[in-house]
Design a protein. Structure first.
Ligand code: SF4
Length: 230
């Protein structure tokens, strides 16, 4: 049985209403676990150019609307929840398309709006896949495809919700709950994406990295001198 079928057959919720976490946290978590913890556990947040552009990009699709265009019904700002993943959130857009091959059946197709050009990021794909898994749990029907709409290039990139992506999404949701439960903020590790992070000045990943290296260097010296004396 593939992961998609087993997900659909799950009907025992793992999480209660008050344990559901915002679905968009997944994006933060996969960008950087420390950033997620600083934001959601320590309540530290600053906007920069990129986060402000993201908010601006979502302003139209944050409002709930239900429109019909041809054979497709388009619902924006649709509320979503999954009790097996422990997530709650909103879909920017869900298209309900009539499936030509089966006639009457209607296929939900989530679309997430992202600033920037057409590029592939696992964190975007996981966030979209989580929306698909919420829809499956709520509507009790498979959702196999969706798309990221890249606002700058005005292009859609279709995403297939395969077993690899579903596993990544399930694992990320579990990690989200683990950090939230333990309230432990992971240590800073400098990486190239830190340059675009709005929490760079608070987080100081280079300083933490140098401090860690210095501590390891001093521990090494202490260990060597003890060995010489012994
Ligand atoms: S600066 Fe780097 S390590 Fe710190 S929160 Fe941002 S991405 Fe994570």
């Amino acid at each position: 049985m593939c992961l998609q079928e087993s997900t659909l057959l799950q009907n025992s919720p793992q999480y209660a209403d008050d344990e559901l976490l915002p679905l968009h946290y997944l994006n933060d978590l996969l960008f950087c676990e420390r950033r997620f913890a600083l934001h959601s556990v320590e309540q530290i947040w600053y906007d920069n150019r990129y986060t402000t552009e993201g908010i601006y990009a979502h302003r139209r699709v944050d409002q709930t609307a239900n429109l019909k265009r041809g054979d497709t019904r388009r619902v924006t700002g649709m509320l979503l929840a999954s009790y097996s993943l422990g997530l709650i959130g909103k879909a920017d857009l869900v298209e309900f398309r009539t499936d030509d091959s089966s006639g009457a059946s209607v296929q939900p197709y989530p679309v997430d709006f992202k600033r920037g050009k057409k590029r592939r990021w696992d964190n975007d794909d996981v966030q979209l896949c989580a929306q698909a898994m919420c829809l499956e749990e709520m509507l009790k029907q498979p959702v196999s495809l969706g798309a990221i709409f890249h606002i700058n290039s005005k292009q859609r990139r279709e995403v297939v919700f395969d077993d690899r992506l579903r596993q990544l999404t399930t694992d990320a949701a579990a990690r989200l709950h683990e950090i939230f439960r333990t309230q432990v903020t992971p240590q800073a590790v400098w990486k190239s994406r830190c340059k675009g992070c709005s929490l760079l000045e608070t987080c100081m990943p280079r300083v933490w990295g140098e401090q860690k290296a210095a501590t390891e260097y001093l521990s090494g010296l202490l260990f060597a001198s003890r060995n010489e004396q012994g």
